[in-house]
Write a protein that binds this ligand. Structure first.
Ligand code: PXL
Length: 281
């Protein structure tokens, strides 16, 4: 059988373990070829560091795509994350049309906000642009802040009710994607996890772990990369979010126990043997 190929479209934050520096190793480790299109190059991610460098790569994205089109390249999966500029949203919509396989899958993680706040580097119009990109996706993976920003609703902290979460999932599915994976879901103070909705079957599934105190950078990208890997490997939506919650939780736990500086990201590398076993690989 031909090996599947995914294109990850994110920035490269050289240090700090997020975006391409987690998507590439995680997807590759699960046996899926992972190519990368960098949207920007930063010395570190923007969360918790000051003085980082930022080189926008918007200008390179069309020539890169043109070259791949000339090679006849098509991808079974396209997974988009942090985009470097508003203009890139339209470019990525076009790139999906040009190099996504007709029967391929498009995963959009609308990375732009957390904890009720849009990241400072983005303009207020950014959520409306991301909403458009989400309408082209098969699977979207927002956190609760990103979800409410795209829906034009007010953010509030958890714990949430099951009724609120199922309503949010259905309003997000109405934007166009076939499946919605929502992160940062909790129904009590002790746990944290994800909910997923399959708009075709109407099924909602959940996965939770114990909540570990603190804020851990890059964990949204780690979670989404595992979901992409699991779905591309043919696992169900429930199995995919269970593996992603477990892998992310254990990465945070190792980092918490080690007392590491959390802005440098979490120790996900030691979790691969268990992930591959849990995925049946
Ligand atoms: O993990 C999300 C992310 C990705 N890329 C960059 C970021 C962030 C979050 O802060 O700053 C550059």
């Amino acid at each position: 059988m031909q090996q599947k190929r995914v294109l990850a479209i994110h920035d490269i934050s050289c240090v700090g373990k997020c975006s391409l520096t987690v998507a590439l190793p995680i997807i590759s480790a699960t046996g899926i070829e992972c190519s990368g299109m960098p949207t920007a190059v930063l010395s570190t991610h923007t969360g918790g560091f000051t003085g980082f460098t930022y080189r926008d790569l918007t200008e390179d994205m069309v020539p890169i795509t043109d070259h791949w089109v000339s090679l006849g390249l098509k991808f079974e999966g396209i997974y988009t994350g942090f985009l470097g500029s508003f203009e890139q949203i339209d470019l990525v919509c076009d790139i999906i049309d040009r190099i996504g396989k007709d029967d391929g899958l498009v995963f959009v993680d609308p990375v732009m906000a957390d904890n009720g706040m849009l990241y400072k580097i983005f303009p207020d119009t950014f959520p409306q642009g991301m909403k458009k990109l989400c309408s082209k996706a098969d699977v979207i993976l927002p956190n609760i802040t990103e979800a409410v920003l795209m829906l034009g609703e007010e953010y509030h902290d958890g714990p949430y009710t099951e009724e609120y979460i199922s309503g949010l999932l259905k309003r997000l599915a109405a934007l166009g994607p076939k499946k919605v994976v929502l992160t940062g879901v909790n129904f009590d103070e002790k746990s944290l996890g994800a909910a997923a909705y399959d708009a075709e079957s109407g099924e909602i599934v959940y996965a939770f772990s114990e909540r570990i105190p603190g804020y851990y950078h890059g964990t949204g990208d780690i979670f989404s990369s595992v979901v992409v890997s699991c779905i591309m490997n043919g696992l169900s939506l429930k199995e995919s979010i269970e593996n992603a919650v477990d892998f992310t939780y254990n990465s945070i736990l190792r980092t918490y126990k080690a007392g590491s500086d959390v802005k440098y990201g979490v120790n996900f590398e030691e979790g691969f043997p268990k992930l591959l076993k849990d995925m049946g690989l």
